[in-house]
Design a protein around this ligand. Structure first.
Ligand SMILES: Nc1ncnc2c1ncn2[C@@H]1O[C@H](COP(=O)(O)OP(=O)(O)OP(=O)(O)O)[C@@H](O)[C@H]1O
Length: 302
């Protein structure tokens, strides 16, 4: 379909490993996202969100069918895709004695002066900062200005708002929503922070143990469409819609999904290895595990 920004169907991906079989990480991933969407990727640590974003950005290759802005990413990384990930901040270059004004010019800031200046205001960045003297959050703001200056058609965000203060984060999210509304740009955003996000996404994509859960994406706010009841059971929906509740509806749903994911992960561990792998599991089966020995040694309550 011409107006899909992302068309991923039955995508599989495995990490190649030295002297070991490839490690499967994504299986049967489906995500068909219309242009102008703001899609939040929701999943536990290790579910595969970053891997999926990196495939969409053309940073990891898979022969599976993944089309971005009409191009198969295996053959061509399309123009107009911007990826912002957390690893940027650990690059020694962006921790060196480099003035922000020079840095932004070196990555083409002079070409997009109007957008650059708007982003400098939104991200509250001082052009005279030196990159080796700024805080983590300030360095992150510079990264976001540099990444968003050139207009993009698809923005892939991998948890880069985690170290922003709440004011800057909310102004940035408002700017991003405006970009999707005024320019028809599309955003896929992996995050574990749901605070203040209830009205931001147009879609959610639940990644569970490396697979997307149908419907993928799920329209947000909920529309009552077919298949929605399975993703959002009646009792969870009731809690979300309770007028007396004060917290985030999105958070309520995300916690429900992650509880299911954890249960499924433990069942899988038991199926494949005979026992639960993580946590203090020894107490449950009478075997003293390292973790149980640890807790006995350091348990000061007795
Ligand atoms: N370079 C790699 N080589 C092998 N396995 C990897 C590699 N990178 C990630 N993995 C594995 O792939 C799985 C998915 O990782 P990924 O980083 O995509 O998860 P995530 O959902 O982004 O997690 P988080 O929320 O913690 O950022 C994990 O089991 C992880 O251990």
């Amino acid at each position: 379909m011409a107006d899909l920004a992302i068309a991923v169907n039955n995508l599989d991906f495995a990490y190649a490993q030295l002297n070991a079989p490839a490690r499967p990480v994504l299986h049967d991933v489906t995500l068909n996202l219309p242009k102008g969407s703001r899609c939040l990727l929701v999943g536990a640590n290790g579910a595969g969100k970053s891997t999926l974003l990196q495939i969409l950005a053309g940073k990891r290759l898979t022969r599976s069918n993944a089309k971005v802005l009409g191009n198969d990413v295996f053959f061509k990384t399309p123009d107009g895709v911007t990826y912002l990930g957390t690893e940027w901040a650990s690059n020694p270059v962006v921790r060196s004695d480099l003035e922000v004004a020079h840095f932004l010019d070196s990555v083409g800031g002079y070409r997009y002066k109007e957008r650059r200046d708007r982003l400098l205001d939104i991200l509250d960045v001082d052009l005279a900062w030196h990159m080796h003297e700024v805080s983590d959050g300030e360095r992150r703001r510079v990264q976001i200005v540099s990444g968003l200056m050139a207009p993009w058609d698809l923005l892939l965000l991998d948890e880069v708002t985690v170290d922003l203060d709440v004011l800057v984060r909310s102004r940035l999210l408002a700017f991003l929503a405006e970009e999707t509304q005024t320019r028809g740009a599309t955003i896929v955003y992996a995050s574990h922070i749901f605070d203040g996000m209830d009205s931001w996404p147009t879609h959610l994509c639940h990644i569970q143990l490396g697979s997307t859960v149908a419907p993928s994406p799920l329209s947000w706010p909920l529309t009552g469409a077919q298949g929605e009841d399975e993703a959002v059971p009646a009792e969870v929906r009731e809690r979300m819609m309770d007028p007396d509740r004060s917290g985030s509806r999105l958070l309520e749903l995300a916690v429900h999904w992650l509880e299911i994911d954890k249960k499924m992960r433990i069942e899988k561990e038991i199926r494949e290895g005979g026992k639960q792998k993580r946590g203090a599991t020894g107490a449950a089966n009478g075997v003293v595990t390292d973790s149980e020995a640890f807790y006995r040694k350091y348990d000061y309550s007795h």
